[in-house]
Design a protein around this ligand. Structure first.
Ligand code: NAD
Length: 417
């Protein structure tokens, strides 16, 4: 391990590190290992933007299609100043393994623009989104590549993408998921990732003998994933005792009142200043002793440095790629189980699949039906990962990659590659 860490890995190298280990455990021949590891198609486009104040700025947008052996490419669009090709490749690869793991008929993709949407007006954001959509249009399609929201994008951005794509290709609600309900979005899509996190947390608590009733939960990130996970976990009997967002951290050992916190965030756009809690430096969030720790903000946050103060019985990865391989190894040595991202946060893409299906058949399901179908998919995936982990005596992350790689390999072979 030390040998490998003489230099810091990039995000894509980190994902491939895990992939290579799992592929080796499965005995995949080198030629297939490489075909399934590398990306199929990578687009980089220039996006000039005239700001409302007349200033001309230049951004770059990316769409990476990693693997389409099992179906159309599927993955979110991220708006963040740090978006770059390596990160998009890493996230696209994770989507391949995630869609295969929950056994939905999609491949893996990801996209993004290196902009700061918080500094933009709605007009600027709409212009940028439409320009980006036009420039990657040739790679999209309802049976080719279907974007969705990710960090700093939402239903509104998806509506603009759908509208722009439709100008050239005709009315096509199935071209994006995570749309507003009024434009063909699915009931239950907004809360799906957080609900999926809660489902797997309940299964893992049973397996690791952690009583959910009164379990102390700590969450990094209170956006879509973190806030919905908090709501569902409290409904399941847990106590969320500490949360951090980009601005601040808060703690209350008796349990934070999540409905009041949601009302506070709706108004203030941050958890900072929430009255019924003590302040906590946001970077100390991982040091709060708890039963369940949920990183649900950004990738690369748990490293060989930040792993040290962690005092928890279980980690559920709400975010994508939050733990680097070095920290993952340290957690394994310390006996702290990790439910990996490709399983834990797969609820979002699973309901995206339900949304796409509903768009294609023009028949819509109610929220109860969506949640029931989601539970069944997550439950099956969790069981398969657990059984693979027991059979090969490997951590859940390795087991999850192994289940997923086997499915992608089977599809690749059947296509005659
Ligand atoms: P979001 O933009 O809604 O929320 C992100 C949250 O992280 C915000 O509360 C923000 O304040 C917080 N944050 C940012 N920087 C931080 C920092 N340095 N310290 C503490 N908190 C910080 O994003 P989201 O949709 O909730 O996505 C979060 C993660 O989950 C990402 O890794 C994303 O790829 C992953 N994910 C999201 C979905 C989904 O359906 N939204 C599905 C699968 C995976």
């Amino acid at each position: 391990m030390a040998e490998t860490y003489r230099r810091k890995m990039t995000a894509y190298e980190e994902v491939n590190w895990q992939y290579n280990k799992a592929a080796d455990l499965l005995g995949i021949p080198e030629s297939y290992k490489s075909i399934m590891r590398n990306c199929y198609r990578e687009l980089k486009v220039q996006i000039p933007l005239r700001r409302d104040n007349g200033k001309l700025e230049e951004y770059f947008g990316f769409r990476v299609q990693h693997n389409g052996a099992r179906g159309p490419y599927k993955g979110g669009i991220r708006y963040h100043p740090s978006v770059n090709l390596d990160e998009v490749r890493a996230l696209a690869s994770l989507m391949t393994w995630k869609t295969a793991l929950v056994d939905i008929p999609f491949g893996g993709a990801k996209g993004g623009v290196n902009c700061d949407p918080h500094s933009m007006t709605d007009n600027e954001l709409q212009y940028l989104t439409r320009t980006f959509t036009r420039k990657i249009d040739m790679a999209l399609g309802i049976y080719r590549d279907i974007p969705a929201p990710d960090v700093n994008t939402n239903a509104k951005v998806m509506a603009w993408m759908m509208d722009e794509y439709g100008r050239k290709n005709g009315f096509s609600p199935a071209i994006v998921t995570g749309k507003p309900i009024a434009l063909g979005g699915s009931q239950g899509r907004e809360s799906a990732t957080g609900l999926g996190v809660c489902f797997v947390a309940q299964r893992a608590c049973r397996d690791y003998k952690i009583p959910m009733n009164g379990a102390k939960v700590v969450i990094q990130g209170f956006g879509n994933v973190g806030s919905w996970a908090a709501r569902f976990l409290v409904e399941a009997g847990a106590k969320v005792i500490a949360i951090a967002d980009a601005e601040a951290g808060i703690i209350n050992n008796d349990g934070l009142n999540i409905p009041s916190l949601l009302a506070h965030v709706k108004d203030k756009k941050t958890i900072a200043g929430f009255p019924s809690a003590d302040n906590l430096p946001k970077d100390n969030i991982f040091g709060v002793p708890c039963d369940i720790l949920i990183p649900a903000a950004l990738n690369g946050v748990i490293t060989e440095t930040t792993v040290e103060p962690i005092k928890t019985k279980l980690i559920i990865e709400g975010a994508n790629n939050p733990i680097n391989p070095h920290a993952d190894h340290i957690l394994k040595e310390r006996g702290i189980p990790v439910v990996p991202d490709i399983l834990a946060n797969a609820g979002g893409v699973t309901v995206s699949y339900f949304e796409w299906t509903q768009n294609l058949q023009q028949m819509y399901w109610d929220e109860k039906e969506v949640q029931k179908k989601l539970e069944s998919k997550m439950d099956r995936a969790y069981t398969e990962v657990w059984e693979m982990a027991q059979k090969h005596n490997v951590p859940l992350r390795m087991a999850a990659f192994m289940v997923a790689i086997k499915r992608v390999q089977e599809a690749t072979l059947l296509r005659g590659v």
